[in-house]
Design a protein around this ligand. Sequence first.
Ligand SMILES: Nc1nc2c(ncn2[C@@H]2O[C@H](COP(=O)(O)OP(=O)(O)OP(=O)(O)O)[C@@H](O)[C@H]2O)c(=O)[nH]1
Ligand SMILES: [Mg+2]
Length: 459
Amino acid sequence: MEVLLQNEDTIAAVATGMGGAGIGIIRISGDQAVELGNNLFVNPKGKTLKTAKSHELIYGKIIDPETHKDIDEVLISKMKAPHSYTAEDVVEINCHGGIVPMRKILKLVIQAGARLAEPGEFTKRAFLNGRMDLTQAEAVIDIINAKTEKSLEYSVAQLEGRLSQKLEELDGTLIEILSHMEVNIDYPEYDIEEISYNFVNTQILGLLKKINEILAVAETGKIYREGITTAILGEPNVGKSSLLNTLLMEDKAIVTDIPGTTRDTIEEYINIEGIPFKIIDTAGIRETENLVEKIGVEKSKALLNQTNLVIFMRDISKALSEGEKELIELLKNRRTIYIANKTDAVSEQDLEIPAPWIPMSLLEDEGIELLKQKMLEMVFEGTVNQDADYLITNTRHISLLEVTKTSLENAIKTMDSQMPIELVSIDVMEALEALRGITGKAVGMDIIDQIFKNFCIGK
Ligand SMILES: Nc1nc2c(ncn2[C@@H]2O[C@H](COP(=O)(O)OP(=O)(O)OP(=O)(O)O)[C@@H](O)[C@H]2O)c(=O)[nH]1
Ligand SMILES: [Mg+2]
């Protein structure tokens, strides 16, 4: 990894949100961090950042070194390498969270010689400096974006290295297999061929079993990370937006008695017992001549291909229309929950709602609990494993682990067809490369750049 350590410049960015909060933090990282911070900081008792202890918070002011004007009252700290987030010297300036003081201080830091950090660059440095592997670095962004507490729990486990540990075990076994095969290739005169074949075979089968176990919880991992995409579909005016609002417990979508109110899709996350659902309210589906509405309807139909779950809603006070019958036919092979809304608008004796329809009255707050239960049931149908202590959640990790698996399966095939052990070792080598792509042990810079570019600035 030594070749990658080329962070000669010092970087800086606002690490907190730019929204005008009580406190804002400007983070500086690199060899020059302490020097830069020191030149901008004055303490009433003459303390300096240079002489301060590592991880100590000191009070003072940031001044403009040219005009000597006070910029802001701050608390400043330095974290000496390697005991910092990036494993480099880090300075953090806690100033007032307004956009003006934060921008002004950042500008002074840049003028003093730092470079504005790219998105994710602090975490990238932590990775390049060996403080964390790629799965841990990626967990940082997942923690920031966590949708429910349970999602957060799994991301924190990943940051702590629980997935890395699992992968490290696999890595170790692969190395063992490879070195075993090396011996065989280097010293073919020893008659260890037979034993080696058995050893390698057993080891690879063992690895495949472990990989399958990890992949078995991949679906669950993706659910916690990305949420279940759930679209509410139905004809205009049946109560779709009302349902979204009820699930969100706020008035997000406009609700009126005019059919065709929702023209564009609205997406919001809700949390049902720790599982994130991305609920999409759609434009009611019907034949229409109105162009804007038509686009909305087309969008609703196209959306079907991107959803994990559909909530189909009808108005029970009206007869099922031809359009609705068509839609129901279209949804036949999808995970669908059927809702018969507006039961309050039908008299008791006319009310006959056969399964699988769930009776609902949003007006009288009925049927919501049953719906939530049904939503969870649909998710848990064999896929979600709530007991796993680590999860593979990231699509990049999953696909690389699948490559690892395929390469190992190829190795078994190569062995079965009595090919020389050199060829088996090529397959195993491929497996190792794919696996290391997950942790970043030996990946190209382009993949690394790809991963960190999705971060926010200041992280
Ligand atoms: N009686 C009764 N009215 C309801 C119920 N749920 C919603 N409504 C009313 O039905 C009308 C339409 O509700 P919306 O939520 O806007 O319906 P929508 O399906 O989003 O409609 P579009 O956006 O036009 O497709 C509003 O006047 C709601 O107040 C219910 O359970 N009972
Ligand atoms: Mg609507």
